[in-house]
Design a protein around this ligand. Structure first.
Ligand code: SF4
Length: 347
C-alpha cells in the first residue's frame, strides 16, 4: 500500500528542525528549507539549490509541496490581472491583482465558493466546497507579488480579503496566513497594508478584537436598515444591525482602528432618502470611512447599479456630516474580475 506523503508546509519551523535532527542532520537545515518554502516560494525540492542533493532526495521521499498553480491568467485592458488558481485537489479559486499609479493590491480568496448567500454576488451561486488552507491563501499573495514585480517593477503593496468566500468563516486559516504574510520569514508586509473584509459576523468581529489583530477591518454594509440589508444579504437576518453595531464598537474600543464600510447603491433597493439617512446615522457610532463601490451586474435581475444622482445624494449627505467617502470604480470588468464577479467561469 502506498503511504500518502505529507505536505511539508504543514510543518512549523520547529517541527522541520526536529525532523532534520531525528534524521541525523543539523537543526539549521530546517531553517534553510523553511526559508525556501516560504519567503522563496519553492515549488520543488530541486529548487533548493543550497541543500545537498541527498537531502533533497530524502525530502522528496517523505513529503510533497502542495503549491497552488496559476492555471489561467487574464489581463484586463485597465491592467488588472485575474488568476484562476488550481489547488492540489483540483478545485479552483480566483485572485486578482489591481494596479494603480502608486500601489498594487492583491484581492485574495479565503474559501472555495462561499458559506453565505449575498444575492448580488456571483460567488454565492457556487456552493461552499471547503475552506482554503493557510498556505493556499499565502500562495495566492506570493503569485501576485511575483506578477507585480514582473509587470509593474514593484512588489505588492496591499492585500484585501475580498475575493471568494467570507474570511471570518475560515477564521483560523486566514489568521495563520496573515501571520505568515507579515512575518519576516514570509513576505514581511506591514499588517496595516492588509484589510480583511467581512459581511459582518458580530461574534467573529469581537474575536478579532480579542485577538488584538493589527490589520484593517472592512464591513460590507450595503444598508443600515435591517429589512433592506436582509433582502440584499439574507444571512443577516440572524445578525441584526444592532448586534453588528455593538461588535464594531467593541472592535474600535479595543483596537482604535477605524472601520471601512463597503457600500453599493442599487437601483430601487437602497437609492432612497431613508437609506441615506440610516447610513449617515450608522456612521456616527464608530469612527469610519465609506467606500461607495461601483456595481457590476452579474445578470439582468434585481441588482442594478443606481444612477449617478443617487450616488451623489449619498456623497453629499456623508460629506455634510464630515464622514470620509470615496467612490471606488470597479476594475477588471472586462475579465469578470470586479467586485462580486468572481465565480470560476473558466474552471
Ligand atoms: S459577497 Fe462575499 S460573503 Fe457574500 S456571498 Fe459573495 S463572497 Fe460570500
Amino acid at each position: 500500500m502506498q503511504i500518502e506523503k505529507k505536505d511539508i508546509r504543514a510543518l512549523s519551523k520547529d517541527q522541520l528542525r526536529e525532523f532534520f535532527v531525528s534524521n541525523g542532520d543539523k537543526a539549521f537545515r530546517g531553517n534553510q528549507v523553511y526559508e525556501w518554502l516560504w519567503s522563496k516560494g519553492a515549488h520543488n525540492f530541486d529548487d533548493m539549490t543550497n541543500v545537498a542533493k541527498t537531502t533533497r532526495q530524502m525530502l522528496e521521499e517523505n513529503f510533497v509541496i502542495n503549491h497552488i498553480r496559476v492555471d489561467q491568467m487574464q489581463k484586463s485592458e485597465d491592467g488588472t490581472v485575474k488568476n484562476a488558481v488550481r489547488l492540489h485537489d483540483g478545485l479552483v479559486v480566483e485572485s486578482v491583482l489591481i494596479p494603480t499609479n502608486t500601489r498594487t493590491t492583491a484581492c485574495v480568496s479565503s474559501q472555495v465558493g462561499c458559506s453565505l448567500d449575498c444575492n448580488f454576488c456571483a460567488t454565492a451561486r457556487l456552493k461552499r466546497m471547503r475552506n482554503l488552507n493557510p498556505d493556499e491563501i499565502y500562495d495566492q499573495v506570493l503569485a501576485i507579488d511575483n506578477e507585480s514585480k514582473l509587470y509593474h517593477n514593484r512588489p505588492l503593496s496591499n492585500i484585501v480579503f475580498m475575493g471568494m468566500g467570507e474570511p471570518l468563516m475560515n477564521y483560523n486559516n486566514v489568521i495563520k496566513a496573515i501571520d505568515k504574510i507579515v512575518s519576516p520569514e514570509g513576505l514581511g508586509m506591514s499588517p496595516k497594508r492588509i484589510t480583511v473584509s467581512t459581511s459582518g459576523i458580530p461574534k467573529m468581529i469581537k474575536k478579532l478584537a480579542d485577538d488584538e489583530v493589527k490589520f484593517r477591518l472592512a464591513v460590507s454594509l450595503h444598508s443600515a436598515i435591517d429589512e433592506i440589508r436582509s433582502r440584499i444579504m439574507p444571512f443577516s437576518q440572524n445578525f441584526p444591525l444592532s448586534d453588528l453595531r455593538e461588535s464594531l464598537e467593541y472592535w474600535y474600543n479595543k483596537t482604535r482602528s477605524k472601520i471601512t464600510y463597503e457600500y453599493v447603491v442599487w437601483k430601487g433597493i437602497n437609492d432612497n432618502k431613508a437609506s441615506v439617512d440610516a447610513l449617515v446615522k450608522f456612521c456616527k457610532y464608530v469612527p469610519c470611512k465609506v467606500n461607495l463601490i461601483e456595481y457590476n451586474p452579474i445578470d439582468d435581475g434585481e441588482f442594478q447599479q443606481a444612477s449617478e444622482e443617487s450616488i451623489n445624494e449619498y456623497i453629499k449627505a456623508l460629506e455634510k456630516n464630515d464622514i470620509v467617502v470615496k467612490v471606488r470604480r470597479s476594475r477588471g470588468k472586462d475579465i469578470d474580475a470586479a467586485c462580486g464577479q468572481l465565480a470560476n467561469k473558466e474552471a
